[in-house]
Design a protein around this ligand. Structure first.
Ligand code: PEP
Length: 250
């Protein structure tokens, strides 16, 4: 990495764990050291309060995995960004490919959620990534550009937003793109950000890589130019693995 962007290592716990397990995992992460990078864990919504309580006052931040675009109202089963903030979150993951696939989330919806996150004072981690068919069809960069264009509101800054490049075909599969492919996409995303938001935002915004990052490949992935950290799924469920990834930050 050639800039002073502080790497962010974020754990997406997805729909895993119960209270005791989640609190133990959070405590184990907090007990580790991660010099030179920021750490974030994103538990299932109902586990945010106990995890936030366990991490209170420490260096590990807490985030949600989704939020609604509205501030309140008749939206059964949903959670507002302001509620996440109130529960102790500083970040929220938005537009994860599993939400795009399982819940039909469009770029426009992700954009509205990102605005809601910003209004609540949360840092939005906006996910983009191509499917295997799109990669095989040579459509990766066009797909990423349209997701970036459609999912980001006008008020994006380097402080209120993080981008996560997550090739859909690499999530939970053990497969990862080549270093050259990751660098190409990250450079492309930063170019899109620069054209729309200016060089200052493009130079400061963090672009994470996500998709089967683990201790054995983290060093190589995190050293790629333009990669400013990782969004980690499976390997974030073991404190030892998550911390080993964090320790690989250049
Ligand atoms: C993810 O779901 O954001 C992710 C990167 O998962 P995994 O690390 O398990 O591929």
């Amino acid at each position: 990495m050639t800039t002073s962007r502080t790497p962010l290592i974020a754990g997406n716990w997805k729909m895993n764990g119960a209270t005791a397990e989640a609190v133990a995992l959070a405590r184990a992460v907090a007990a580790g050291t991660a010099a030179g990078c920021e750490l974030l864990v994103c538990p299932p919504t109902v586990l945010i309060p106990p995890v936030a309580a366990a991490l209170k006052g420490g260096a590990v931040a807490v985030g949600g995995q989704d939020c609604h675009f509205a501030e309140s109202g008749a939206h059964t089963g949903d959670i507002a960004a302001v509620m996440l903030a109130d529960a102790g979150c500083s970040h929220v993951i938005l537009g994860h490919s599993e939400r795009r696939a399982d819940h039909g989330e469009s770029d426009a919806l992700v954009c509205a959620k990102t605005e809601a996150a910003h209004a609540a004072g949360l840092i939005a981690i906006v996910c983009v990534g191509e499917t295997l068919a799109e990669r095989d069809g040579g459509e990766t960069l066009a797909r990423i550009s349209s997701q970036i264009e459609g999912s980001l509101p006008a008020a994006v800054t380097a402080e209120n937003t993080v981008i996560a490049y997550e090739p859909v075909w690499a999530i939970g599969t053990g497969r990862t793109p080549t270093a050259a492919d990751v660098e190409e996409v990250h450079t492309h995303i930063r170019g899109d950000i620069e054209r729309r938001f200016g060089a200052g935002v493009a130079g400061g915004i963090r672009i994470l890589y996500g998709g089967s990052m683990k201790p054995s490949n983290a060093g190589e992935l995190l050293a790629i130019d333009g990669v400013d950290g990782g969004l980690i799924g499976g390997a974030s469920l073991k404190a030892e693995d998550f911390l080993a990834i964090a320790a690989s930050c250049p």
